[in-house]
Design a protein around this ligand. Structure first.
Ligand code: NAP
Length: 536
């Protein structure tokens, strides 16, 4: 339980709302954090979201046939199991409904402030709290702020010469314009990532033509059947059946998929399976050559999809690999001097994924700007905390996206750890908790050496990487390792400050000793119990 101190809502004299915890973002991460806070006994929190409903990416992405390539029995919270015995891969509407159910079942509605976007978050050195400013100029004070804005929420539309001259509708896959009737039109889809692979088959069925503009081919593996067969349904009906299935999926992802990224034992079989699938689906050798990647499997996100290749075989679908030179009023011009007529352009061109927390201006201790510190790519301790930013946490921060498993699970681990930090803060009566620079240094060293063993540093560019080349998004190991690395008590890596400002301050690092960093035992700074020191 977080103590009563945490449940008291304070309204300062100047009328500015003051919360114990402000959670920014109401997707999987923010909702999971809010449920954890409620379970811990605090009501003194709010969840802010710039959208008009909860759901994060599952609210934003409404393109045709949007769905998830991870089975929902795994892609769900452990505290709100997905128990459907018919559907293995539900679509976007079902996943959004699942999240909305979690919100109502856990009574989160009174805590939600929708249509509220934060533009600035400033740590107040003398108060030990955060001053948040909305885009409308309102202020909120937070003792603790949790950024749960995800990695894939800001659409990226590349710039092409002449783009603004295009006379038809043009929109991003994550901002689908449902007012546009695309039946019988000539459509251009730019990009061939996971979003494009899902929406192209649907568009092929309704448009006159679909021209797909590919820059880099992807490795594609077939997706298992969306619905369970009769035997699986019986197995899921037995007590603990779905739980066993969830564990088996998690284990399988760790044992088979995660090693692909590290060029481990399963990389060759995965490449073999992907090549075989390509050969089986695409009989035209020219098209097959265009679709064959020249980088290692796992170098960018593997597509798990059974409709994409089939759609490319349709007579009204054409794959174009010549680079786009410019956009005209009526279509797209490519480097081979061909003009491809288009009535509408769909940008399936991904997200500003490596720009974490943009567009919020975050100022930490002493007014330090987080984005200046992150100019060559974000870095955070276990994707959840940064030294110099006390009482601030991230969910799904840098290098905590699991490319081989369930991201709700990764977020739940971070949430549980953040809760441990908050409990520890309460127990010690500390004003602030902050990850130590030492622990961050050890973590970065582990991250550097572990990333070096993956395919990403040597592979093509993708949303896994910052433009500087630094791999900023994916987690380089297994989900099990992530879980293990968050098992320690925060006192081993965080500092709790019982005083504030420039006066006399005490630093508390209660449990000195060992912390687990990536399976290696690392000794963190030992401070005994309470050490008094003068700060700046
Ligand atoms: P993405 O994977 O980043 O793909 C963007 C595509 O746009 C790539 O093919 C990219 O080509 C292309 N592109 C970008 N700029 C371009 C330019 N200037 N000219 C030509 N092509 C350009 O984005 P996404 O498909 O939206 O997927 C993003 C992530 O969202 C996925 O990796 C996944 O994690 C998540 N997602 C998940 C699911 C799911 O089922 N779980 C579904 C959809 C999305 P290059 O490859 O050459 O850069």
């Amino acid at each position: 339980m977080l103590t009563q101190r945490s449940t008291r809502h304070r309204e300062p004299a100047n009328g500015i709302p003051h919360f114990k915890v402000v959670v920014i973002g109401a997707g999987f991460g923010g909702i999971g954090m809010a449920v954890a806070l409620k379970h811990a006994g605090t009501e003194n929190f709010t969840i802010l979201d710039s959208g008009n409903t909860v759901g994060g990416v599952w609210r934003d992405n409404t393109y045709p046939d949007c769905n998830c390539d991870v089975p929902s029995h795994l892609y769900s919270f452990s505290f709100a199991p997905y128990r459907d015995r018919r559907t293995r891969y539900p679509g976007q509407p079902e996943i959004l409904a699942y999240l909305q159910n979690v919100v109502s079942e856990h009574g989160l509605e009174p805590h939600l402030q929708l249509n509220t976007a934060i533009s600035e978050a400033t740590y107040l050195d003398t108060e030990g709290s955060w001053w948040l400013t909305t885009t409308c100029g309102h202020n909120i004070v937070a003792e603790v702020v949790v950024f749960a804005v995800g990695q894939l929420h800001r659409p990226h539309i590349p710039e092409f010469p002449g783009q603004s001259e295009f006379s038809g509708p043009a929109f991003h896959s994550a901002r689908w314009d449902h007012d546009q009737d695309l039946h019988g039109l000539d459509l251009a889809v730019i990009g061939t990532g996971s979003s494009a692979a899902q929406l192209i088959p649907a568009l092929a069925g309704l448009a006159r033509t679909v021209r797909v503009f590919q820059r880099t081919p992807n490795w594609v593996l077939p997706k298992p059947a969306t619905h369970f067969g009769p035997l699986a349904r019986i197995a899921l009906a037995v007590p603990f059946g779905h739980k066993l299935y969830r564990h088996a999926l998690a284990y399988g992802a760790d044992a088979v998929l995660a090693p692909i990224m590290r060029r481990g034992w399963s990389a060759r079989p995965a490449e073999w399976a992907a090549r075989r699938y390509l050969r089986r689906e695409i009989s035209d050798p020219v098209l097959r050559a265009k679709l064959t990647p020249d980088y290692p499997v796992g170098g960018k996100r593997i597509l798990v999809d059974s409709g994409y290749y089939q759609a490319l075989n349709e007579p009204n679908v054409e794959l174009i690999t010549d680079p786009i030179t410019n956009i005209t009023t009526t279509g797209i011009q490519t480097a081979d001097n061909r003009h491809h007529h288009a009535d509408a352009i769909i940008y399936a061109t991904g997200f500003h994924a490596s720009e974490f927390l943009v567009p919020v201006t975050v100022r930490g201790r002493g007014g330090r700007l987080l984005h200046e510190q992150w100019s060559t790519g974000a870095q955070a301790f276990m994707g959840l905390a940064v030294p110099g930013y006390p009482n601030a946490f991230l969910i799904a921060g840098s290098n905590s996206f699991n490319p081989a498993g369930s991201n709700p699970e990764m977020k739940e681990r971070q949430i549980n750890y953040i809760l441990k930090c908050l409990r520890w803060r309460e127990e010690t009566g500390a004003a602030t908790v902050e990850v130590s620079a030492d622990a961050m240094g050890h973590h970065q060293e582990w991250m550097r050496t572990t990333l070096a063993k993956t395919v990403w540093p040597y592979s093509v560019s993708s949303w896994y990487k910052h433009p500087s080349g630094r791999v900023t998004n994916p987690w380089p190991s297994s989900a099990r390792t992530f879980r293990r690395m968050l098992r320690h008590h925060p006192s081993q890596v965080f500092t709790a400050m019982t005083g504030l400002g420039t006066g006399r301050t005490s630093t508390t690092q209660l449990a000195s000793g060992k912390g687990l960093v990536g399976g290696t035992t690392v000794r963190f700074e030992q401070t005994g119990t309470v050490r008094r020191r003068r700060t700046r």
